[in-house]
Design a protein. Structure first.
Length: 33
């Protein structure tokens, strides 16, 4: 594997946090694995 799910999620969080906010992004990611 070149990238893990955790690393991918971290990149998504980093990107989405800027637009939507940490709380919403984290909830969506961990609610929809």
């Amino acid at each position: 594997m070149s990238i893990t799910q955790i690393e991918a999620a971290a990149l998504i969080v980093k990107h989405q946090k800027d637009a939507y906010g940490w709380d919403t992004t984290v909830k969506e990611i961990f609610s929809n694995p």
